[in-house]
Design a binder for this molecule. Structure first.
Ligand code: BGC
Length: 251
């Protein structure tokens, strides 16, 4: 059985695997290669080629996560990536480089879709906000299982600052914050988002979600809040799902 391929393009590593959509998990072990520096679209395309090339039997469409706004395959922001991505038609560049259909998707949107389909938000109706905490803060808004893309809730302004600059995992590490002090910032952030959107559920993703028991209970908000389930598989699984759904469709 042939599977769509997912690639997670991150700041330190680029990881990819064919994904079995029947179970929402890798069909084979993933391959990881260090992110090139600078990580221009052309440089990462070469790495994508190498990763996809490690699976010679794979011919299905490829989905790629990008940590920026993506509209119809064109990247429109680059808060934490090389500025050369802006206004690049990434779908076209990667489709040409890999010689097969490629669709790029915002990283948090990919993770959100994966959580809605296979993870913590599976079967949940109403509005679910999946918030990923990492170098930046990403968000995915899911309404009755459908994604509303490009919400960018990490860029909300909070106390005169861009929220992700003061509240992402990178801020905790940079400033050496205790879990308690970080949770105070997370509480202010989630309260703000809660007031604006009144979601039914928050799902918290990103690498730090595996340490949920250290900080999850310290976030004091009214809305139900739970950790993501797919953790570092969410990007690859979500990207493959997007590639599968978009395959052959013009958009
Ligand atoms: C970007 C988002 C991305 C998030 C997480 C933010 O800085 O603007 O597009 O989803 O970081 O990587």
């Amino acid at each position: 059985m042939e599977h769509p391929f997912g690639i997670d393009f991150g700041g330190t590593g680029i990881k990819g695997a064919p994904v079995d959509l029947a179970i929402g998990d890798f069909a084979h072990d993933r391959v990881r290669i260090d992110t090139p520096k600078p990580a221009t679209p052309q440089a990462v395309a070469a790495v994508f080629k190498q990763i996809v090339g490690s699976f010679p039997d794979s011919t299905k469409p490829v989905g790629v996560t990008v940590p920026g706004i993506v509209r119809r395959g064109v990247v429109l922001s680059a808060a934490n990536i090389d500025p050369s991505w802006i206004h690049q038609d990434a779908d076209a560049i990667f489709t040409e480089a890999l010689g097969r259909e490629v669709h790029v998707v915002n990283d948090a949107d990919a993770a959100g879709l994966a959580e809605a389909e296979y993870g913590a938000a599976r079967g949940r109706r109403g509005q679910v906000l999946v918030i990923t905490l990492g170098t930046g803060i990403g968000s995915a808004m899911i309404w009755d299982g459908e994604l509303v893309p490009n919400t960018e809730l990490g860029h909300l302004e909070l106390d005169g600052a861009v929220a992700e600059v003061t509240t992402a995992t990178s801020a905790r590490e940079r400033e050496g914050l205790s879990w308690e002090d970080w949770a105070t910032r997370l509480t202010a952030y989630f309260r703000h988002v809660e007031r604006l959107f009144t979601p039914d559920l928050f799902v918290v993703g990103g690498g730090v979600s595996k340490s949920w028991e250290k900080f999850g209970h310290l976030i004091e908000i009214d809305t139900e809040i739970i950790p993501a389930k797919l953790q570092n598989r969410a990007g690859i699984v979500g990207a493959a799902l997007v590639a599968h759904r978009k395959a052959g469709l013009e958009d």
